[in-house]
Design a protein around this ligand. Structure first.
Ligand SMILES: O=c1ccn([C@@H]2O[C@H](COP(=O)(O)O)[C@@H](O)[C@H]2O)c(=O)[nH]1
Length: 248
């Protein structure tokens, strides 16, 4: 799977349709994707989605489905009638193999050239090793969640999914241990000196790409900037400079 030309995906986390559609228009041509998540979709559903889609930017519909196989398949099938189709949809890998296969079979009902990429969330970037231990995961004494991310990523791969959502901290191990092509979509991206907020496993845009990210999900550092398009351009410049320096 070829990496996208423009790896920036901006999270439109708002309940205001004017703001979401306005951001999508302002960012068209500067970013590769916009992301619609729970906040916007629960508030405005299909009509809100279609309004954002008018800007013509490919959409990652980040609804992170997590339920029994039949329910996830039904939910995804309902989403497959969106017009235009999203470029990417997702489920939680921890829904298990039967659910992942049901999801894969459902998106496969759309012809291959048009179907959305189906990816699985591994471990949320807002969780660190302390959180996972609190949740009862046995990390075998490791001090990062990467081992668990790899388990879920391999499962997603074996169930035929196109890729995963993971943190930048997991990428090197994942690129070594999960066969490609396999899309890596990476939130928790923070330019130097940007506030981390609720994100615990973070990286800069340039370092995430250097470690193997295909798509960088960036929300507040762009959407809360005085000029979001300018903030996105600054990140693209930073990425370009880091790539040129790496080639020298
Ligand atoms: O593990 C995950 C999965 C999804 N997200 C989503 O990405 C954006 C990040 O927004 P920021 O404002 O840049 O923190 C947000 O929509 C999350 O729902 C994630 O952060 N981590």
């Amino acid at each position: 799977m070829a990496p996208p030309d423009n790896p920036i995906c901006v999270a439109l986390d708002t309940t205001d349709p004017e703001t979401a559609a306005g951001l999508a228009r302002a960012l068209a041509g500067t970013v590769g994707y916009v992301k619609i998540g729970l906040e916007f979709f629960y508030a405005h559903g299909r009509a809100g989605y279609e309004r954002v889609a008018e800007a013509g930017v490919p959409i990652f519909l980040d609804l992170k489905l997590h339920d029994i196989p039949n329910t996830v398949a039904g939910g995804l099938r309902a989403l497959m009638s969106l017009d235009p189709l999203p470029a990417i949809v997702n489920v939680h890998a921890s829904g298990g193999p039967a659910m992942l296969r049901a999801a894969r079979e459902t998106v496969a009902e759309i012809d291959e050239a048009r179907r959305p990429k189906l990816i699985a969330v591994t471990v949320l970037t807002s969780l660190d090793v302390v959180d996972l231990t609190t949740l009862g995961y046995n990390l075998g004494g490791e001090d990062t969640p990467t081992g668990h991310v790899l388990t879920l990523a391999r499962l997603a791969h074996d169930c035929g999914l196109d890729g995963v959502v993971c943190s930048a901290n997991d990428l090197r191990a994942l690129r070594r241990r999960v066969p490609g092509p396999f899309l890596t979509v990476v939130p928790g991206i923070r330019p130097e000196n940007a506030a981390h907020g609720d994100q615990k496993r973070v990286a800069t845009p340039a370092s995430a790409l250097a470690d193997g990210a295909d798509i960088l999900v960036i929300g507040r550092p762009i959407t809360r900037a005085d000029d979001p398009a300018e903030a996105a351009r600054a990140i693209l410049d930073e990425i370009g400079s880091a790539r040129s320096a790496a080639r020298e």
